[in-house]
Design a protein around this ligand. Structure first.
Ligand SMILES: [Zn+2]
Ligand SMILES: [Zn+2]
Ligand SMILES: [Zn+2]
Length: 113
């Protein structure tokens, strides 16, 4: 059994920006952030890249729900291979007409070469 090279890291929760509180006071004004559970940090498996779909905000566009691509973390696992900007969405991670997640890159904004 060989060791995997992936390592976990703690990053600031994108959804609450590290406050640990629900940014929209969705449930109550004291609601804890559903993404990080109130800790302000989330664990990711490196390497990660900023989520193109929500631009790292962790928030699904103009809604109060978590980004479906990064689950609110603001970062997504980076593709294993070298990447280039997704030609379908031009790196935005969303379709131009409907603001849904781009099928070409699954919202990451980059695709494997
Ligand atoms: Zn949070
Ligand atoms: Zn996202
Ligand atoms: Zn795309």
């Amino acid at each position: 059994m060989s060791q995997t090279t992936s390592a976990t890291a703690q990053i600031t929760c994108g959804f609450c920006k590290g406050t640990g509180k629900d940014p929209f006071d969705l449930l109550s004004e004291h609601a804890t952030c559903q993404v990080c559970g109130g800790t302000g940090n989330v664990e990711v498996v490196e390497p990660v890249i900023k989520c193109a779909f929500c631009r790292g905000s962790g928030v699904y566009h103009n809604t109060r729900i978590t980004c479906t691509i990064c689950n609110g973390k603001g970062m997504v696992p980076a593709p294993q291979s070298p990447t280039e900007r997704c030609p379908k969405c031009e790196g935005t991670g969303m379709t131009i007409d409907s603001a849904m997640a781009c099928l070409g890159c699954k919202g990451k904004g980059v695709v494997s070469k």
